[in-house]
Design a protein around this ligand. Sequence first.
Ligand code: SF4
Length: 253
Amino acid sequence: MEGYIHSIESMGTVDGPGLRYVVFTSGCPLRCKYCHNPDTWDIKHGKKMSVTEILDDLEKYREFLKDGGLTVSGGEPLVQIDFVTELFQLAKKRNIHTCLDTSGCGFNFSTDKLQKFDNLLKYTDLIMMDIKHIEHDKYKVLTGGNLQESLDFLEYISKNPNIVIWVRHVILKEYTYNKKSLYKLGYHLGQYSNIKAIDILPYHNMAINKYEQLGIEYPLTNTPPMNKEHAKKALKIVKIGMRDRLLGNKPLF
Ligand code: SF4
């Protein structure tokens, strides 16, 4: 099967455990204001590549990927769920660790695609789940999408004991970087026992030039970048929310 691929990073260091072969797929229905890959939005801008082509290329780096594996990111990989499923299925046959980096958008429990999601999960070891905001109205403003899809997907994958979940969350002023939102996020996450890591990512504006080149207006011109100190503070608040949920305390907000 062929998929639309934006790019490939043969030895990525930030998209899962160990060194990883990272496939960035094309196509994304969201329009996150802080997106640094607007060139992935249109699926047709990707280059067509087959599953075998990708895995054969991965083999060249195999000895470096021993403690890592294959990550599929985007764009939004779930847009090409059949392709990702086949890629992961064949990767598992070759004994390669698989990681899916997704926001879960497009998912809902009633979908006739549920069978497809079940299939994908059979071949997925780790999901890096990007939760962009925990409040429905603000999620809509920040991404243009529907938070419920993301939360339903988290609920769905949390029911699968074989899947390890890492949560990713971007902090940016006026949107996610405030006590209430961070605490609420933590309180929500505290109910899931297979969340094994939380990665708080400070917003940066390094994609401004890309937007200029693509002729797209950059939506966060007045939003300052954030740093590791902000991320540390944010993580503390998320953890307080998680702890309260675990202890059965009433939420602060
Ligand atoms: S989900 Fe990712 S690729 Fe899609 S708009 Fe958001 S940040 Fe960009």
